[in-house]
Write a protein that binds this ligand. Sequence first.
Ligand code: PLP
Length: 407
Amino acid sequence: MSPGGLAAKVVELSREASRVVREHTHLTPLSPSATLSRLSRAKVYLKYENLQKTGSFKVRGALYKVFKVKGRAGGVVAASAGNHAQGVAYAGSIIGMPSVIVMPEYASISKVEATKSYGAEVVLYGRVYDDAYVKALEIAESRGFEFVHAFDDIDVIAGQATLGLDIVEQLQDFDVIFVPVGGGGLISGVASIVKARNPGVKVIGVEPEAAPKMLYSLKAGKPVSIEPKYSIAEGLVTKKPGELTFQIVSELVDDIVTVSEEELSEAIYLLLERKKTLVEGAGAASVAALLSGRVNVEEKKAVAILSGGNIDMTVISKVIVKGLSKARRVVRISGYVLDRPGQLKRVLEVIASHRGNVLDVHHDWSDPRIPAWHAKVTIMFETPSIQATNNIIEGLLREGYEFSLEG
Ligand SMILES: Cc1ncc(COP(=O)(O)O)c(C=O)c1O
């Protein structure tokens, strides 16, 4: 099928998909953000798909696919360590089909448990996704189940397109939309709807610098494989775009921009602090791109899709500490004190007198590089302001302790 024909097919299928999807999902909010509008000098609207059932948009494609499969197979199988797993598990139980999800052995316990809780049988297999994928095909064959691809499937794309339908109904007109790109299912669906409604709207795909597979494929003129690196946006780490998704993206998407790990982490932090909303790395990519200045959005109406909110607790805490350090709200200072009783207490008193709240103290006298009879003290503390930090360092100097800021 020609790319134009593919997009038209997606639009056609999306009508049926939306009946199935709307019955079993939330209509997530689409609302303006004053903070992001000010920072980007655009009029920014956020689509809160992180608040969707199962925590991401993935449930849309899964619901429509499982609905289509019902009656022609005994069940569904998927291979995924992430949101697709939860989407298919949920869809299976809602539509009334058994589901088997094959996850690589490293999959996080919380994701395995969430997938089981939606009623799926979870099989842990292999070290990487490719092993799990082969196992899933085997299970499909032996049990007469149908394999549900995470993105390269016209029904899955039509299911993701229902997110585009929501957006064009919730906001009549806009100039540009930012969409995260993993295998390309979401952007293919959304671009098909948005461009059919108004070809003038710019559709911008966003990939992590660690996994620019769609960008490289577009340059090569065909889907190519890359060796992705680690990214906090794990949902966007795919080796290769799909055949169908590549065709639709080549035809309809205006540009692909990449964002750094730093930008992704800052976007998660900003959304948490200012919008009180929790997104995962992939879910923050659109906002990271919007704020990066790589696309001219000045005075334009821009939509950013927050595609998912399933982030590990340990990752959130790292993002917060990093964000606080960057804003100089948490700082680390170090210096030498005499290794005598009461010295550390005096240092801590100076910090407290300027309302510094100590988070961590490291006291080391054993390193041979430390001057004799001294200890190196490193203190991390929360501080009310940069001025308070300066006052603390000056206060310590007046007491005879030479401390300096680290990092
Ligand atoms: C939260 C989130 N956003 C975006 C994507 C990318 O979707 P696609 O693979 O359809 O491009 C994924 C994929 O898993 C995801 O989990």
